[in-house]
Design a protein around this ligand. Structure first.
Ligand code: HEM
Ligand SMILES: *[C@@H]1O[C@H](CO)[C@@H](O)[C@H](O)[C@H]1NC(C)=O
Length: 550
C-alpha cells in the first residue's frame, strides 16, 4: 500500500506538498519542544538548527570545536543549555561559575562518570566493573571503594613531598639518558629532517615507560608496542563512542589489546616489583580490592597513558615556541645556564656546563623557581593547547550559584577551550602566544590555579580561568610532576641542541587541531619538520654530563 492511499479525496494538496507540510510541522514542534526550559531558572537554551539531535551531530562531526564555537559566539552567556535527546548538557564558560561547579562536588560529581568511561576506553570486564561501582563516592566514615582508595594514594604520593621529588629525579635522569643516547646516535648527525612531535613522542614514551614500569617494561621488551600505544591514543574518542569498537575503532582497539596483553604478562611475571613505588602500590590496591590481573593490566594502561600523552604534546609545543623565537630561546638558555652548578672543585673560569669535563648539577626546583621565562612559556603553551572539558553529572536538581537551575541526570561541562580563548579574561592578544602574560606572577605552585597570571594594568586573572589541569576534585594529580619532567626535558634540549626548520627560514608554529575530541593537549594540524644538531655556539661542546638534584 502506498503512502498516497491514506490521503482523503477532499485533501487539496499533492502527496509531495503534504510530505513537506508534515516535515515542517514536525520540525517546528520539535524545535518548540527542544527550546523549552525545564524550569524558568534554567540557563538560556541554545536550540540546534536540526532539532533534537543537532547538537549531537555537531559534536560528532566537529569534535571539541563545536561547543567551543558555540561558547565563543555566545560570549555574553556565562552558562547555557544544550538540549540533547532525553537530557541536557550545561556548558559553563565563565571562571567564577566554574569555581562554583567545582565547589558543589557533592551534587555535581565526576565520580559516577568514571566507570562508564573506563569500561569503554579500557575494555574492562563485567566482574571488574562491579568492583569499581562499589562504594564509588563514599562519605566520611563510609567504606571506601577501589576508586576512592587509588585516588587518595595517587593524589597524596604525587603531591608535594619526598616521593614527588624521588619520582621527578628518576624521570629527569631517564630522559637525560634517552637524550644522550640520541645525541650519540647517527640520527643526531645525519641532517635528516625530523618530525619534532614524533621525536619528542619517542623519547617521552620510552623514558616514561621505564621510570614508571622499570627496565623490563612491555615497551622496552617490544619496541613495536610504542606504535600500538599511539594507535590507542588516537582512537580514544571512537572507543568512547563504543559502537562495535573492534570495527569502528579497529586500530585503537588492536593497540589497546596488544598493550594490555603485554602488561598482563609483565604483571604475571611480577616485573612491576622492578618498577616505581607508585605503580607497585597501585597494583597492590587493585589486588586488595579483588581485581584480577587482566583488569589490573588495563588499569595500568590508563596510568601509562596519563603519564605520557599530555607530557608529550606539551613538551612539543614548548620546544616549538622556544625555537620559533630566537629572543625567547636566548632568554631560556640564559636562565637555565645560570642555574647550572659545576660539581667538585671548580677549576676553570667558565661557569655552568660550558667547559669540558666534570659533572654539572641541575636542581629541578630551580627550573620552576628561578627560570621565570621558561615557567611562563610552559603555562602559556598549556593555555593555548588545552581545550579541556571538566565534566560533572548532576546528581540532584540543583540551583547553581543560587541562580541557575540544573536538572537531575543532566551533564555539566566546564569549557576550558572557551575560557582559554576569552578576550575579556586574557586580553586582545588572547589568540597569540605571549608568555609575558604569565611573567608578572606570584608564586604559582605548579600550574594549579591560573599560575598567578596577571594582565598588565588589569585585575588579576581568576584562579579557575587556567583550565589545563582541570579543577576541583578532578584537578590533575600529576601537575607538579609534569612541570618538573617537562621543564627538565626542555632544559636538556635547549642546553645541547640547535633546532632549525628543515626547509630553512624560521620555525613556523602550526595551528592546533581542535576538530577532535579533546582527550589531551591538542596536537598541531601539520608536522613541524626540523633539523636537530649540536649547538653551534660551542656550549657543551664536549658533551654535557648533568646530575639532577631536587
Ligand atoms: C602537561 C601535562 C598534563 C596535563 C595538562 C594534565 C591534565 C589533566 C587533566 C585536565 C586531568 C583531569 C581530567 C578530568 O577532569 O577528567 C588529569 C587527570 C589525571 N592526570 Fe594529568 N595531566 C598532565 C600530566 C600528567 C602526568 C605526567 C601524570 C602522571 C604521572 C598525570 C596523571 C593524571 C591522573 C592519574 C589523572 C586522573 C585523576 C583521577 O583519578 O581523577 N597527568 N590530567
Ligand atoms: C590531558 O590534558 C587535557 C587538556 O588539559 C585534559 O582534557 C585531559 O583530561 C588530560 N588527560 C590526561 C590523561 O591527563
Amino acid at each position: 500500500m502506498a503512502y498516497a492511499d491514506f490521503i482523503p479525496e477532499s485533501w487539496p494538496f499533492s502527496a509531495g506538498t503534504t510530505a513537506v507540510v508534515i516535515i515542517l510541522a514536525t520540525y517546528f514542534i520539535a524545535y518548540q519542544l527542544s527550546s523549552r526550559k525545564v524550569d524558568p531558572r534554567e540557563p538560556t537554551v541554545i536550540v540546534p538548527i536540526i532539532p533534537v539531535v543537532g547538537h549531537i551531530l555537531g559534536m560528532a562531526s566537529l569534535g571539541g570545536r563545536y561547543i567551543k564555537n558555540l561558547g565563543l559566539r555566545n560570549r555574553n552567556l556565562p552558562i547555557f543549555t544544550l538540549p540533547v535527546p532525553a537530557s541536557r548538557i550545561y556548558i559553563v564558560a565563565d571562571p567564577s561559575l566554574a569555581a562554583a561547579v567545582q565547589r558543589a562536588s557533592k551534587v555535581l560529581s565526576f565520580t559516577p562518570i568514571i566507570p562508564e568511561v573506563t569500561e569503554r576506553v579500557l575494555g574492562l570486564d563485567k566482574a571488574t566493573m562491579e568492583i569499581t561501582r562499589k562504594n564509588l563516592d563514599p562519605g566520611p566514615g563510609e567504606e571506601r571503594g577501589f576508586l576512592a582508595d587509588i585516588q587518595d594514594m595517587v593524589y597524596a604520593w604525587l603531591g608535594p613531598g619526598d616521593y614527588l621529588g624521588e619520582l621527578s629525579l628518576e624521570a629527569a635522569r631517564e630522559m637525560r639518558d634517552e637524550i644522550a643516547a640520541y645525541a650519540a646516535s647517527s640520527s643526531a648527525t645525519s641532517k635528516q629532517p625530523t618530525d619534532l612531535l614524533n621525536w619528542v613522542r619517542h623519547l617521552v614514551t620510552v623514558s616514561t615507560a621505564k621510570y614508571l614500569y622499570g627496565p623490563q617494561n612491555p615497551i622496552a621488551l617490544d619496541p613495536k608496542l610504542e606504535g600500538a600505544f599511539w594507535d590507542f591514543d588516537h582512537g580514544l574518542g571512537s572507543l568512547l563512542m563504543n559502537i562495535l569498537p573492534s570495527i569502528t575503532a579497529s586500530r585503537a582497539y588492536a593497540g589497546r589489546e596488544r598493550l594490555s596483553a603485554a602488561l598482563q604478562a609483565y604483571l604475571e611475571k611480577g616485573l612491576h616489583r622492578t618498577g616505581s613505588k607508585i605503580v607497585q602500590r597501585r597494583v597492590d590496591i587493585a589486588t586488595a580490592h579483588g581485581w584480577a590481573l587482566p583488569g589490573v593490566a588495563r588499569e595500568e594502561l590508563s596510568f601509562l597513558f596519563a603519564g605520557i600523552v599530555n607530557a608529550t604534546t606539551s613538551t612539543f609545543w614548548l620546544l616549538t615556541q622556544i625555537y620559533a623565537d630566537p629572543e625567547l630561546l636566548a632568554a631560556v638558555r640564559g636562565e637555565v645556564e645560570s642555574i647550572l652548578e659545576r660539581e667538585g672543585p671548580s677549576d676553570s673560569s667558565s661557569s655552568g656546563g660550558g667547559g669540558g669535563g666534570g659533572r654539572t648539577r641541575l636542581r629541578i626546583a630551580d627550573l620552576k623557581d628561578r627560570c621565570p621565562v621558561l615557567a611562563a612559556a610552559y603555562r602559556e603553551c598549556l593555555r593555548l593547547g588545552s581545550d579541556t572539558y571538566s565534566t560533572r553529572l548532576v546528581k540532584e536538581d540543583t540551583l547553581l550559584a543560587n541562580r541557575y537551575f540544573l536538572k537531575k541526570n543532566a551533564v555539566v561541562q566546564i569549557a576550558g577551550g572557551v575560557i582559554h580563548a576569552d578576550r575579556s579574561i586574557w586580553g586582545d592578544d588572547v589568540d597569540t602566544f605571549n608568555y609575558r602574560r604569565f611573567l608578572d606572577r606570584r608564586e604559582g605552585g605548579g600550574g594549579s590555579g591560573a599560575g598567578g597570571a596577571k594582565q598588565q594594568g588589569a585585575a588579576p586573572i581568576h584562579p579557575a580561568a587556567f583550565r589545563a589541569f582541570g579543577g576541583g576534585k578532578t584537578l590533575c594529580p600529576g601537575r607538579h610532576f609534569a612541570m618538573h619532567e617537562i621543564l627538565a626535558f626542555v632544559a636538556l634540549v635547549v642546553l645541547q641542541f640547535d633546532v632549525q626548520p628543515a626547509r630553512g627560514g624560521r620555525i613556523e608554529v602550526p595551528r592546533k587541531n581542535d576538530g577532535v575530541l579533546p582527550v589531551h593537549i591538542l596536537e598541531p594540524v601539520s608536522p613541524v619538520q626540523v633539523l636537530i644538531s649540536k649547538r653551534a655556539d660551542g656550549f657543551a661542546r664536549d658533551g654535557l654530563d648533568v646530575e639532577f638534584v631536587m
